[in-house]
Each structure stands twice: as structure tokens, then as C-alpha cells.
Design a protein around this ligand. Sequence first.
Ligand SMILES: Nc1ccn([C@@H]2O[C@H](COP(=O)(O)OP(=O)(O)OP(=O)(O)O)[C@@H](O)[C@H]2O)c(=O)n1
Ligand SMILES: [Mg+2]
Length: 395
Amino acid sequence: MQPFKHAAAIIEKLEKHGFEAYFVGGSVRDFIIGKPISDVDIATSALPNEVMRIFPHHVPIGLEHGTVLVLYEGISYEVTTFRMEAEYDDFRRPSHVSFVRSLEEDLKRRDFTMNAIAMTANGDMIDSFGGQEAIHRKQIQTVGNPDERFREDALRMMRGVRFVSTLGFHLSDETKQAIQEHAGLLVHIAIERIAVEFEKLLLGEGVRQALLLLAETDLYAYLPYFEKKGEQIASAAMYNWDVIQSSEEAWALLLRAVKPENADALLKNWKLSNKKVHTITSILHCLVQLEKSEWNDMLLYQSGEEISIMTERVVSALQGERPSIEHVHSLYKKLPIHSRKDLAVTGTDLLQWTGKQGGPWLAAALGQLEREVVCGRLANSKESVKEWLKQCNLL
Ligand SMILES: Nc1ccn([C@@H]2O[C@H](COP(=O)(O)OP(=O)(O)OP(=O)(O)O)[C@@H](O)[C@H]2O)c(=O)n1
Ligand SMILES: [Mg+2]
């Protein structure tokens, strides 16, 4: 309730200027469910320039969609003019919206009834489409005709399945059937928007049901690189997803089921950040090694602690066991060194001692030395390294 109390001042100020304003969207839904509230969004009859005039501290973040970010006592709130997204011709949210002065018009263009509830500053609900009843029944139902809602913005189909996962709700029969019919419209949606919903889906508590739904509704067939992987996606529902803690782990787990020919290309095609792609492919690499052997010093050293722990979680999700995070952590801590910087000698030492010119031999010697030390076959001291160099006929 606290976030609403703080934001109520914005609604009251808009009302003082003769406009209507309400809390809308996910925050109202989550408040009714009893979940922690994320961002509080406000819808108003005031036009964007009127909002900006009333609140001098603002950022015009999406004027073409009617959205002004209002800064109030260090917190920012999205204030959006009531709108009707009038022209849809390509199944995505249009670049032009028509502003309307009525809340009703605004609410009836929203995706699901649970997301189309408005709340006044003092907590009264305006719920023309049975949103509270739907929440009570844990049902995801489009506002009005599902064909229209999904044609307006095909991403809503992914959102529907995402909410199955994050809220543990179910799709109404009508909504599910409409998704089945319109799944193909997803091709019009930018992969970045799909990826946001997909990652939320993978991290929700109901991810198993959501994966089965992706397969059942044919939505999977319009996800890049998953076009022919319906069965594999459904089979991923068997894993123990509860132990997964990050989107990187979730991707790695999913890709173990999907087995793409080129995971790197798939992840880049989904336009994930380079850093994320690198983390996911590192986890996958570590998983392959773990199939051949248990955790060992060299694998822990090469993977690093973070990747090792993430991989341990993925392994336990695959095997349905509890992850042994403490075990991996202590094995890692016991490694004699954790990076090449920790070696008692440097390349410069080797050059000085041997009197040789640099060259490929140096990298090879340092690599071998590193392995010897990591695996505990050689003490990490200058003296023992000198001994070792002698044995290798380098000194
Ligand atoms: N494709 C979309 C996206 C959003 N909305 C409407 O805009 C609100 C806010 O959207 P967003 O913040 O993207 O989603 P939330 O429902 O708030 O979910 P979350 O809690 O994850 O933010 C939604 O509740 C819904 O009323 C919509 O109708 N169609
Ligand atoms: Mg939201």
C-alpha cells in the first residue's frame, strides 16, 4: 500500500487541476493479489502537455504514446494519458495513439481483465470488466474480444503465457483458443519485446505449465530457432526449475532440452547482450565437461566461481536434486590459485631465468605451469617453479 500512498499526491494534484487520474495496470493487479508492487502507473484524462505543465519535474519519455515520467520526492512515476490505440495495421502497438478523455475507453483497450482495473487515490476500484473476479478465480481473460486484443498487439499472447508462469494463473478457454488461432501473428513482434516476456516466463514459479502451453498453443513455432522444437520445449517442463535463480541459468537449462545446433547463434538472434550470451555459453560448456567427469580443479579454475555455481544449479535442475552450492564453493576456495595473476612467477621471470627470447614457448610454458599449480602437482613458489623448469629442460 505504501507505494500507492506516496503516489496518491500526484493523482490528487491532477484532480485539483480538474482532471481525472487513477492507478492502473500491473500495480493494481498485484495489490489485489497481495504480491509486492513494482512500478505504480497512473492514467489520466490530462494531455501530456497538461501533465508537464502541472509537474515541472518531469521527463517526456514517450510523448507519442502519451507517457510523461513525473519525478516526485525522488521517485518517478509514469503518467499516461487515457488513450485508444486507434490504428493497428501491423499487429504491434501503433506509433500513433489517439488520446481520449474517458477512463472506460482506455481500460477497454487493455490486454487482460486483471490488468484493466483502475483504482482511485483512496482505494476505490473501477472494475468494468470483472478483473477482480478473474483474479479471484486466477483466470487470465482478455478484455472483450480476444481476436481484437491480439491483433492490436500480438505480444499479448506471450504476456498471457508469461502471466501463467509468474502469477500461477490459468488462461480462460476462450483466451487459450484465441492464442492457438493467432499464434502466427507473433512474427510481427520485435524479438527484444518477446525476449523480455520469455525471460520473465522462464523465471516464474509456473514455468512448467507455461512451457507446456507454449508447445500446446503453437506459440513456440514463432520463436526464433525454436520453430521445430515443440516437443523439446514441452520436455523441458520436467526439469526442476525451482532451483534456477537467474535468466542465464534458465536459458542454459532450456537449451539443454532444445539442443540447438548453434547455441551462440540462437542467443545472438534473440538479441541478448554479449555479456549474457557469454555467460550462458560458458555454463553450457561447463555442463558438457561435467558430463565427462565430476567437478575437478581445472574445470572450477577455468570456469570461475560464478559460472561454476550457476552450472551446479543447472545440473541439479536437470537431475532433480538439490544443488550442492556449498560444496562447489568450498572446492573453489581450496584451489591453490584462482587466476594467472596469483602465480608466484610471471612471464618476465621466465624470460630472465632462461635468458631466452619470448615466443610461443613462453605461453605454452605458462599454461602448463598454471595447470601444474592448479592441480596441486607443483607448489606455487619461485623455487619449485625453477626446479620444474629444470626438469622440463628449460633451465
Ligand atoms: N501489450 C500490452 C502491454 C501492456 N498493456 C497494459 O499496460 C499495463 C502495464 O504494462 P506493463 O507494465 O508492461 O505490464 P504489467 O501488466 O504492469 O506487468 P508487470 O507487473 O510485469 O510490469 C498492463 O497492465 C496492461 O493494462 C496492454 O494492454 N497491452
Ligand atoms: Mg508494470
